[in-house]
Ligand binder design. Structure first.
Ligand code: SME
Length: 154
């Protein structure tokens, strides 16, 4: 995908998140647009923080066994605890990794933050090793910021 295409995708996601009637549909739209646009995004989902657990919300891809992840567990739990994006090039080499699909090779988790509070996170798996880099971060961190505005409504 060219940078120009990514700019168009960002515009589409931004409009969809703003126009969605409720936070849940804003999350659904973001997941759908990301999954449809980027071939190496094999699984795209959003976890929402409830108490000290990350609860799986909208997602596209194979069903995950990890529908509730305590803050101390997994790459998802680590990203929420560290309040920072985590990119894992080889999930099988990362002891934190909670397997979702045997095909998954790499993962990016981007926290959805409101100020210093974690509201949730965008979690994306790829069947390709080392699939995520600076361009994914540059796309997903602004999407997370837009989602934060809508999630804060709940
Ligand atoms: N791999 C994640 C768990 C979620 S599944 O990928 C959908 C983790 O290690 O936290």
């Amino acid at each position: 995908m060219t940078d120009m295409d990514r700019e168009g995708l960002m515009t589409a996601i931004s409009s969809a998140i703003a126009a969605a009637p409720a936070p849940k549909s804003a999350m659904e739209q973001a997941v759908r647009l990301l999954k449809d646009a980027i071939p190496h995004y094999s699984w795209v989902g959003i976890y929402v923080l409830e108490g000290d657990e990350l609860v799986l919300g909208p997602y596209l891809g194979k069903p995950s066994p990890h529908t509730r992840i305590p803050l101390g567990r997994g790459i998802c739990g680590a990203a929420a605890t560290e309040k920072a994006t985590i990119v894992v090039d080889d999930v099988n080499a990362d002891p934190r990794y909670l397997a979702c699909s045997i095909e998954t090779k790499s993962e990016i988790v981007v926290p959805i933050m409101r100020g210093n509070d974690v509201l949730g996170e965008i979690d994306i798996d790829s069947d390709q090793p080392a699939a995520f880099g600076a361009r994914d971060r540059a796309l997903l961190e602004p999407v997370a910021a837009l989602l934060a505005e809508r999630l804060a409504e709940d």
